[in-house]
Write a protein of this length. Structure first.
Length: 150
């Protein structure tokens, strides 16, 4: 088993993928702080802005930037990203609707963070991966960076 700094690493470890995951995580932290400041100003729709931002960065950052970095310059990946937009918009509309339908429950972070996390898992693993697989050229096979990395 290969080692890094004297520690054994997983056989499928990819430093580039881990670096991109860290970048998406940093974007989420900085954006969360900015959204937190915005929440304290008392502006209307502050919760929806945070929820939409968080869900979009998490879904597209993980599905396309982290997992598909090697294919970002390829047209088929951008076609797949555009094809995933209606699904993501519907997901956001459901979240925003639930905020208004359940105003005493859904706008609370203790409730909507798990809801967004489950939605991310469904959206990313079940929907976005299938859309990417559908648009991936058949000759691309497993040799490109388009394989799913967890």
């Amino acid at each position: 088993m290969p080692t890094l700094f004297g520690q054994r690493i997983e056989p499928d470890f990819d430093l580039g993928t881990e670096t991109r995951r860290d970048r998406v995580g940093r974007i989420l932290v900085v954006g969360t702080l900015l959204c937190g400041l915005y929440l304290f100003t008392g502006k209307p729709f502050a919760t929806e802005i945070f929820q939409g931002w968080f869900a979009t960065i998490l879904a597209y950052g993980t599905s396309f930037y982290v997992r598909q970095r090697g294919n970002l310059r390829k047209r088929w990946l951008w076609t797949a990203a555009l094809a995933s937009l209606p699904v993501h918009v519907i997901y956001l509309l459901v979240i925003f609707w639930s905020d208004r339908a359940l105003p005493e429950l859904m706008p609370k972070a203790v409730i909507f963070i798990p809801v967004l996390s489950v939605g991310f898992g469904i959206e990313s693993a079940l929907v976005f991966d299938r859309i990417v697989y559908f648009f991936r050229p058949r000759d691309a096979g497993q040799s490109t960076a388009s394989t799913r990395e967890t």
